[in-house]
Design a protein around this ligand. Structure first.
Ligand code: SF4
Length: 621
């Protein structure tokens, strides 16, 4: 038991004691809460009446416990009902956005425009006083609070890499909501719950105090405070007992929820990224299935273009990208930040941010069944059936891509169950086998670990296990070694090589900025610059004799033991809005001539299996 768990014990025991006490009231040896004894009015504590007697001589301890039963039932009942409704509204609004957001979160927020107590008074005035009208009133009051909190937490969580990763595994949105988003918004939800229970206890007491809550002779803390107010001079203890009970209960619930938040949030989940799950990624989409394979390639990308913006003024981020991946081949896509390499990888898995769209080209993918589909024309439903099973993805930051509140084994299991029916025993066996395959030490024990309990390299191995759980035909790895130290990086590269050797026919697209990694792992390389492919060919050939000044400069910038030989490329990659005329590399190119800036160079073929976008490729060495 760790420190956070130990801190739960005290408030947990007190809440359990209070709850048990009030709900076991009917079977406890308490005095009758209605039995009056006028001669004993305002009597102080005694052996038979531990907390004294009230203005009608009734036993205060019995009324305090029975009163707590009514107050807690109303507060917890309304808090739970509001939590269920508000959470559903917030989750749907935050996850699906658009019209759904207006119909759920925004609609419920109308209630927030009205003062809380006034609204409660209005509802109780309409429905009448009593326990159930009070629960309904408080549920209506608190639902928008939950909806708001859950909505904003969902906005943060849905944009994290592990939610994107779930989509990449082909999970259904409802499954993502229930298994990934909901557990990750529990911390703020629990805090909200504690606040609502505390507030509901106060409002119940206030309404009962005003005679609009619990109906006498049923006791409640609010009614007890109301009655004690008129007897302050005769017996001040009558006010102290229910006030203490109310304050103590509120404090303990707050403490318990606060501690629960710490326990349920093992990694401190806050912050967000920028991805959103897209309905489709092409402006005009109709799912396209090409019945007759027109190529032997596993993937044939032709003239792929990606733009920023959906209407009118589009900014082209990726232009005319073409390459292919043969079965069993590793294709590296290399370039600096802003070259468009990651966007190209995301587009092939239907994971482009929703502000981007594909506006040209195609990406023919050969499925397991032998048909071909154009990945640029698939909608979200079609992609979901492919992701994980046919095309899968390994993300750069495994710590962000893995769900922090699910054990490693559960995450691998979810990826498998997203695509196949499998019994528990076979699933457990498969999970252990996968974790062993990716080299996770002691997989029988690690299967029960949370991501934060693993080292960086182990998390990346677990992420790879999730990605290959369904033996995809195409694996896209987006800078999977960038965040790792060199030793672990070498181990992960070895793992990719082993996976490629052991998995017949699987193609690998390895996105990286590191030429050393390219030389280590890839068969062919595509070099990208400012959204265009500038050179393409077999790795050994390209490294031996680059045919584009940018590739040559990249190779020259790789340190080779002697730091003096490192030659940095001058300047920076131009932004899409600030592209130079003609060749995009011209401002940084040592070979540039006037002709380079007057027209954009077309792809040329120095040899059968080489391509370069440079008019002076013959002069490049
Ligand atoms: S086309 Fe001209 S500017 Fe562009 S890479 Fe070739 S030589 Fe350099």
């Amino acid at each position: 038991m760790n420190k956070a768990h130990r801190k739960l014990i005290l408030p947990g025991v007190i809440v359990f004691f209070i709850t048990a006490l009030v709900f076991l009231a009917p079977i406890l040896p308490l005095a009758d809460v209605r039995e009056m004894s006028i001669p004993s009015r305002f009597a102080g504590p005694s052996a038979s009446h531990w907390l004294g007697q009230d203005e009608f001589g009734r036993d205060v301890l019995a009324r305090l416990i029975w009163g707590g039963r009514a107050s807690l039932f109303i507060a917890v009942g309304s808090a739970l009902a509001a939590a269920v409704i508000g959470t559903a509204l917030g989750l749907l609004g935050g996850f699906f956005r658009g019209v759904v957001e207006v119909l759920t979160v925004r609609a419920s927020e109308v209630i927030l425009c009205l003062p809380l107590l006034l609204l409660a008074l209005l509802v109780v005035a309409i429905l009448g006083a009593g326990t159930w009208p009070l629960i309904i009133a408080l549920t209506i009051l608190y639902t928008p609070n939950y909806a708001r909190v859950v909505y904003s937490a969902t906005l943060q969580v849905r944009s994290l890499d592990y939610v994107t990763a779930q989509t990449a595994m082909g999970a259904h949105p409802m499954q993502i909501l229930a298994r990934t988003v909901l557990p990750n918004i529990m911390p703020p939800l629990l805090v909200q719950m504690s606040l609502v229970i505390a507030s509901a206890l106060v409002i119940e007491s206030g309404l009962s105090f005003l005679g609009l809550g619990v109906v006498p002779p049923t006791p409640s803390w609010g009614l007890m405070i109301r009655a004690a107010r008129g007897a302050m001079e005769q017996q001040p203890l009558l006010l102290i007992w229910p006030s203490l009970a109310l304050a103590g209960t509120i404090f303990t619930f707050n403490l318990l929820c606060d501690r629960l938040q710490s326990v349920l949030d093992p990694r401190g989940i806050t912050g967000g990224g920028a991805f959103w799950l897209r309905k489709n990624q092409r402006k005009t989409v109709e799912n396209e299935r090409v019945a007759e394979p027109s190529t032997d390639a596993l993937l044939l990308v032709e003239d792929l273009s990606i733009v920023l913006g959906r209407e009118g003024r589009d900014t082209e981020l990726v232009r005319g990208v073409s390459f292919k991946v043969m079965p069993g081949e590793t294709r590296a896509i290399v370039g600096e930040s802003g070259s468009g390499k990651t966007l190209s990888g995301l587009a092939l898995n239907g994971l482009l941010p929703d502000v981007l769209s594909i506006n040209g080209g195609r990406a023919l993918f050969s499925t397991r069944e032998g048909a071909q589909v154009d990945l640029t024309r698939l909608d979200e439903d079609a992609f979901r059936s492919l992701r994980g099973r046919e095309v899968s993805m390994v993300f750069q930051d495994a710590a962000a891509a893995l769900n922090p509140v699910l054990r490693i084994g559960e995450q691998v299991g979810e990826a498998i169950r997203a695509h196949k029916e499998i019994d528990d025993a076979a699933l457990d066996e498969r999970i252990i086998s996968l974790l062993r395959q990716v080299g996770l030490p002691d997989p029988e024990r690690r299967v029960r670990s949370y991501p934060h309990e693993l080292s960086g390299g182990q998390r990346q191995r677990a992420m790879i296990a999730v990605a290959v759980a369904n033996e995809p035909r195409l694996l896209i790895a987006d800078e999977p070694t960038t965040a790792l130290d060199p030793t672990i990086q070498a181990q992960i590269l070895d793992l990719f090589k082993t996976l490629m050797a052991d998995t017949s026919g699987m193609g690998l697209i390895f996105v990286t900025h590191d030429l050393a990694v390219v030389s280590e792992i890839a068969d062919r390389v595509t070099v990208m610059y400012a959204g265009e492919v500038v050179e393409e060919g077999p790795v050994a050939d390209v490294f031996e004799r680059p045919r584009h000044p940018y590739t040559a400069a990249l190779i020259a910038s790789v340190p080779e033991g002697d730091a003096d030989r490192l030659i940095a490329i001058p300047g920076t990659v131009p932004t899409p809005k600030d592209l130079p005329p003609g060749c995009r590399f011209a401002p940084r190119c040592a070979h540039a001539i006037d002709a380079c800036t007057t027209h954009s160079p077309e792809a040329e073929h120095p040899s059968l299996d080489r391509r370069t976008r440079c008019i002076r490729w013959k002069d490049v060495t």
